[in-house]
Write a protein that binds this ligand. Structure first.
Ligand code: ADP
Ligand code: MG
Length: 299
C-alpha cells in the first residue's frame, strides 16, 4: 500500500465533516469570528434555514489585505502562534479550521477592510477553488456570505432538516451568543426580516430582546462571589416555568456551556415547585480565572 499525502482540497472537505454539520455550525463559526474580531455590532441573515444563504457582517478589526487569502488555508489563524498560547486562550476560535472547512462545502465570499486601509478587498471560494482578490469599497469590518451549503456534497445536503427547524436551531444559538456577549449589538434576521435585535446595552437588554419585556419581572436577580468564582444573573421566580431547557443558559467566562451538575443542582432546588416537564428559566454568568478552564473540553 502506498501512502498519499492528501491535497488541501480533499483534506478540507474531510475536516469539514467535523466542523460543519449544518447551517447552525456555519453561523456559529462566523459569528464567533466576528466576536473574536472585537465587533460591537453583528448582523446575521439566513435564507431558507441557511441552506440557500447565510450572511454575517461585523464592524470588527477586519482582515489585512495580505491575510485575506490565507484565511482559507488549513490551520491558518491569527489567534495563537505558540503552544504557550494554548494555556491562555481568550478567543472563541483558535484552530484555524472553520473558514477552509466551510469554503470547501459551499460558495463563500469574504469581503473585509481594516481601519488603516482606504479600500476593502473581496474574493470568492467555490467549493475550495478561490478567485483573485479584488478591490471592493466597504466600511471597516468583515462581511461573509455562504451560499448553497453542501451543494457539492449531496449526501450531507439530504441530511438537513426543514428550513423551519434549521432556523430554530440557529435562533437558539444566536440567543445564547447574545446573552454571552451582551455588550455586542446583534441583529438576527430570517429571510431578511428581523427576529431578534439587541443594542449591546447589557444582559437585561439582551434578555428583553429575546424573551420579551416581561421576563425581568418574572426573575430574581442574583449576584455572588465565593472563592474566586463569581456568579451573576437571573433565575425565574418559582411560579414562572418553561416547557424545556432551551430557556436555561449558563455562560462560563463568556462561553455558553451545558453542564449537567449545574442543571440538576438548580432543578433540585426548585423541585418542590416543578411539575413534570416544567423547567426553571435562568441566565447565569459564571466567571472563574481563565487558567482553570480547559477550552479543549468546552470548545
Ligand atoms: P480561527 O477562528 O480558529 O482562527 P477561522 O478559520 O475561523 O479560524 O478564521 C481564520 C482567520 O481568519 C482568523 O484567525 C482571523 O484572523 C480571520 N478572520 C475570520 N473571520 C474574521 C472576521 N469576521 N474578522 C476578522 N478576522 C477574521
Ligand atoms: Mg473561527
Amino acid at each position: 500500500m502506498k501512502i498519499n499525502v492528501l491535497s488541501s482540497k480533499i483534506y478540507n472537505r474531510i475536516a469539514a465533516g467535523e466542523v460543519v454539520e449544518r447551517p447552525f455550525s456555519v453561523v456559529k463559526e462566523l459569528v464567533e469570528n466576528s466576536i473574536d474580531a472585537n465587533a460591537s455590532k453583528i448582523t446575521i441573515n439566513i435564507v431558507d434555514g441557511g441552506k440557500q444563504l447565510i450572511e454575517v457582517s461585523d464592524n470588527g478589526y477586519g482582515i489585512e489585505k495580505d491575510d485575506m487569502l490565507k484565511t482559507v488555508m488549513p490551520h491558518a489563524t491569527s489567534k495563537i502562534s505558540s503552544t504557550d498560547d494554548l494555556n491562555n486562550i481568550k478567543t472563541l476560535g483558535f484552530r484555524g479550521e472553520a473558514i477552509p472547512s466551510i469554503a470547501s462545502v459551499s460558495q463563500m465570499k469574504i469581503t473585509s477592510k481594516t481601519e488603516n486601509q482606504d479600500i476593502g478587498y473581496t474574493f470568492e471560494i467555490n467549493g475550495g477553488e478561490q478567485t483573485e482578490l479584488v478591490e471592493s469599497p466597504c466600511s471597516n469590518g468583515t462581511y461573509v456570505t455562504v451560499s448553497n451549503l453542501f451543494y457539492n456534497t449531496p449526501a450531507r445536503q439530504k441530511f438537513l432538516k426543514s428550513s423551519k427547524s434549521e432556523e430554530n436551531e440557529v435562533g437558539d444559538m444566536i440567543s445564547r451568543l447574545m446573552l454571552a456577549k451582551p455588550e455586542i449589538a446583534f441583529n438576527f434576521l430570517v429571510n431578511d426580516g428581523t427576529i431578534f435585535q439587541s443594542f449591546g446595552d447589557g444582559v437585561e437588554d439582551a434578555m428583553i430582546a429575546i424573551y420579551g419585556s416581561t421576563i425581568i419581572k418574572n426573575c430574581f436577580k442574583i449576584s455572588n462571589y465565593v472563592h474566586g468564582v463569581k456568579i451573576e444573573g437571573y433565575i425565574s421566580k418559582h411560579n414562572f416555568t418553561k416547557p424545556n431547557r432551551t430557556y436555561q443558559t449558563v455562560i462560563l467566562n463568556g462561553r455558553y456551556i451545558v453542564n449537567s451538575t449545574i442543571q440538576s443542582a438548580i432543578h433540585n432546588a426548585y423541585s418542590n415547585y416543578l411539575m413534570k416537564r416544567q423547567y426553571p428559566f435562568y441566565v447565569l454568568q459564571i466567571t472563574v480565572p481563565p487558567e482553570i478552564v480547559d477550552v479543549n473540553v468546552h470548545p
